[in-house]
Design a protein. Structure first.
Ligand SMILES: O=c1ccn([C@@H]2O[C@H](COP(=O)(O)OP(=O)(O)O[C@H]3O[C@H](CO)[C@@H](O)[C@H](O)[C@H]3O)[C@@H](O)[C@H]2O)c(=O)[nH]1
Ligand SMILES: [Mn+2]
Length: 334
């Protein structure tokens, strides 16, 4: 078989023309997976979470789930901190239309230096200061290795790690804490706009049962999310990544909602980019071959690879659906 290199591009302006009302857009659930608060520090994890909470997508249609296989109160603490910071970060990103929306990656950019009007630059300093203060609180807590009693009173969720529960990484009850319930009236940012839903999940683990690593976590997230937001589209991300494009959801929807072939598309895989690649890419980390040859080569045959992360799935494609011979031809997704 010859490689048939084909590249597809989304046409988001056509999507906006077809879906003029927010209500018509599908709900999207984002799953972020983490497994260890030492190897994957909580500041890294919340940067990933904040990058997806600030997508250019109606917040009432967006829910973010953090799966913590480390079952660590340090990660829960960091997520709670991020939920507070999000009230400043999300409006800051959207008003200034900044990219990328991981605070660490954004403030690292030379262009992130405040410029323009005095008010604008003060705002940038202010948000940066809030971010650095949050980061330092999370790191101090991580160094201590546990959350002190006075901090535990900040959120009832900390009770899950109470002495009587005997929580260890491999043996614990299931913990599901809704950190932000997007339906509640006070779930708003500093501008009064609604925040996306944010949920912490540590699935139940017992030593006598296999937990099946990330796949086990994803299955638990599918079940837990179906009881809450039940988004028709699911994005999964590892905690050491961030979304570098605030319009990634709309781009993926261009394929799922395509009038001709949308109904045949089960998942939309975004390419991956790496940072800190050595000069001359000594360790071959550059995804050139995968993105430009392998994925594009399969594209010509209408095929695609799921590379394990950075991928949007139709929930139906993962959970099944009653067979129907009728196809509405609209690529509908409800
Ligand atoms: O018990 C576990 C172990 C891992 N993870 C998470 O799974 C992701 C991937 O694990 P990692 O150890 O970073 O593996 P990689 O080699 O980086 O995995 C790459 O390749 C895998 C497929 O081989 C994909 O599933 C991953 O998404 C992709 O990042 C990370 O977010 C982990 O936190 C869990 O949630 N639970
Ligand atoms: Mn990894």
């Amino acid at each position: 078989v010859r490689w048939n290199l084909t590249r597809y591009s989304p046409l988001p302006h056509l999507l906006s023309q077809r879906f003029t009302h927010e209500e018509e857009l599908p709900a999207v659930d984002v799953f972020v997976c983490t497994a260890d608060p030492v190897i994957e520090p909580p500041t890294l994890v919340v940067n990933t979470v904040l990058s997806v909470m600030s997508y250019n997508y109606p917040t009432r249609k967006l829910a973010v789930y953090l799966s913590d296989d480390g079952c660590s109160e340090l990660t829960f603490y960091a997520l709670h901190q991020a939920s507070q910071f999000a009230k400043h970060w999300i409006p800051f990103c959207k008003r200034r239309n900044i990219e990328p929306r991981s605070p660490d990656a954004y403030f690292d950019k030379p262009t992130a230096r405040p410029s323009g009007q005095e008010w604008e630059s003060m705002k940038c300093f202010y948000v940066k200061k809030l971010y650095e203060e949050m980061k330092s609180r999370i790191e101090t807590m991580a160094e201590k290795g546990s959350v002190p009693p006075e901090t535990r009173s900040q959120h009832k969720g900390f009770l899950q790690w109470g002495r009587h529960n005997n929580v260890t990484k491999r043996n614990h009850q299931s913990i599901v804490e809704i950190v932000i319930d997007g339906r509640e009236e006070d779930a708003v940012d500093e501008d009064g706009d609604r925040l996306p839903t944010l949920v912490y999940v540590a699935r139940e683990k017992r030593p006598q049962f296999h937990h099946n690593f990330k796949a086990g976590a994803m299955n638990a997230l599918i079940r837990a999310s179906s009881e809450m937001s039940n988004g028709a589209v699911i994005l999964n991300l590892d905690c050491d990544m961030f979304s570098n494009d605030p319009d990634a959801i709309r781009d993926a929807l261009c394929f799922f909602l395509d009038e001709q072939s949308g109904h045949r598309i089960a998942f939309v895989q975004h390419p991956q980019q790496y940072f800190n690649v050595t000069k001359n890419d000594l360790y071959g980390n550059s995804p050139l071959q995968t993105d430009k040859v392998e994925l594009a080569g399969m594209g010509g045959y209408g095929a695609a690879l799921y590379i394990g992360t950075g991928c949007f799935h139709r929930r139906e494609a993962l959970c099944g659906n009653k067979y129907s011979s009728k196809v509405d031809g609209q690529g509908s997704i409800n």
